[in-house]
Design a binder for this molecule. Structure first.
Ligand SMILES: Cc1ncc(C[n+]2csc(CCOP(=O)(O)OP(=O)(O)O)c2C)c(N)n1
Ligand SMILES: [Mg+2]
Length: 399
């Protein structure tokens, strides 16, 4: 993909694929037969959609970073370097289309999983409006935690960990209604230390809920390194809760897809819940304000290690030099002309998504004229303005 020196982590600016790491990437898919078969069954349209999803996620974050540098917003929480753990997973779900209303899966992203919102069908412009707090944003200017029920997206909950309990509630409702739907959430390595994580995992396990939990281990919680807040091996945790689970490469969109698809299918067969662990790395600060601190928090070798494993660069190279011709879906012997065709398919995909995000950014900026009106503060909340301003009810409350 095109690189953006003013916004990309330095490791990505002149990014080149490393032969040995590319071989490891291909071997990861071959390592588990069940995952390998799912990946082999993917058609060009699905692979290109995943590639577009990764690019959309990266460009959404770059648009926000540009706004921070321009002083449009004060800071942004980004998922740069962690996109595969979001995009691969969402593509394993039953996502909203024109004719499947009421039967789709449900996601509860963290703010770092913004890619889940657009891949469930939310418009990038609406997500960006969330950051601007405009009156026409999905939360009508109330919060930058963005979600949208009709698209099957629960907005992130600010106290970390609490979204686990809400997701379990959604999964419980699917089970009680006997709907073959799955609720999926991500939780950071740090947030797994909250009590609600433990309570929810146990509750989901004993209730056999159709719920997938992904521990997104990006090796850090705010400014606290993993080794400062964690002793055990996450891979042992599914067994501790008596649930099925697995580890996947969080920088590998196909591994993420396949691991999530097995879990989601398992939930539909009544084998839930599932606890998956994505191993990845935050390539920036907790948010845009502390990127320098993040560089001081970790050994530069860790940035270098993950920097060579850019989830977009790796997937792009894998597709270009693979045996699947993206232009016609045929498996073929590798040839230079097929590599050129594949590269051209991906270049066009990137061009489409770049135009989409640029347009979204311009549309969102236009919304800045739509400011929130103070009286609307009582709209859309449990106690609406009539109740709040009704003397009678206030008097009852005072009793
Ligand atoms: C209950 C609670 N405590 C503290 C915070 C402040 N806080 C926001 S994000 C964060 C770190 C989360 O780390 P992790 O779960 O690893 O997720 P990551 O940011 O790495 O994706 C903290 C401490 C919060 N939002 N909620
Ligand atoms: Mg973390």
């Amino acid at each position: 993909m095109i690189r953006y020196p003013a916004f990309d982590p330095p490791e990505y600016v002149n990014w080149q694929a490393d032969r040995q790491i590319l071989d490891e990437y291909a071997n990861t898919i071959e390592a588990y037969a069940l995952r390998r078969d799912l990946v082999r069954a993917l058609r060009p349209a699905q692979l290109i959609a995943m590639y577009e999803g990764l690019i959309r996620n990266r460009l959404h974050d770059i648009a926000l970073k540009r706004w921070v540098k321009q002083g449009v917003i004060s800071k942004a929480w980004l998922g740069i370097g962690e996109e595969a753990a979001t995009i691969g997973v969402v593509h394993a779900l039953q996502r909203p289309t024109k004719d499947n209303e009421g039967s789709t899966d449900f996601v509860a992203p963290m703010i770092r999983n913004a890619g889940a919102c657009h891949e469930m069908g939310m418009k990038v412009a609406d997500m960006l409006r969330g950051y601007l707090g405009t009156a026409d944003s999905p939360t009508r200017g109330r919060d930058l935690h963005i979600g949208d029920f009709p698209h099957g997206v629960l907005a992130p909950v600010s106290p970390v960990g609490d979204i686990m309990a809400v997701t379990a509630g959604v999964a419980l409702s699917f089970k009680q209604r006997r709907q073959p739907r799955v609720a999926l959430t991500w939780i950071g390595d740090g947030s797994t230390k909250s009590g609600v994580f433990h309570e929810t995992m146990n509750f989901a396990a004993v209730q056999n809920l159709p719920m997938v939990v992904i521990i997104q281990n990006n090796q850090v919680a705010l400014g606290t390194r993993l080794d400062q807040h964690h002793r055990s091996n996450f891979a042992d945790w599914p067994q501790a809760y008596g649930v099925k689970g697995a580890v996947f490469d969080g920088n590998h969109v196909l591994d993420a897809y396949a691991a999530a698809k097995l879990a989601v299918d398992g939930c539909r067969n009544g084998e839930g819940p599932f606890l998956l662990i994505a191993e990845t790395f935050r390539m920036g600060g907790h948010a845009t304000h502390d990127e320098r601190e993040a560089r001081e928090t970790f050994d530069a070798k860790l940035f270098a290690h993950y920097g060579k494993r850019d989830p977009i660069g790796m997937f792009e190279n894998y597709l270009i030099e693979g045996t699947l011709d993206l232009s016609n879906g045929r498996r073929m012997r590798r040839t230079t002309s097929m590599q050129e065709r594949n590269a051209e398919c991906l270049r066009q995909a990137e061009e489409r998504v770049t135009a989409e995000v640029e347009q979204a950014s311009a549309e969102a900026l236009q919304s800045r004229a739509k400011l929130l009106s103070p009286p609307s503060a009582g709209t859309g909340v449990y106690a609406n303005e009539e109740i709040v301003t009704s003397r009678k009810l206030i008097a009852v409350g005072a009793d």
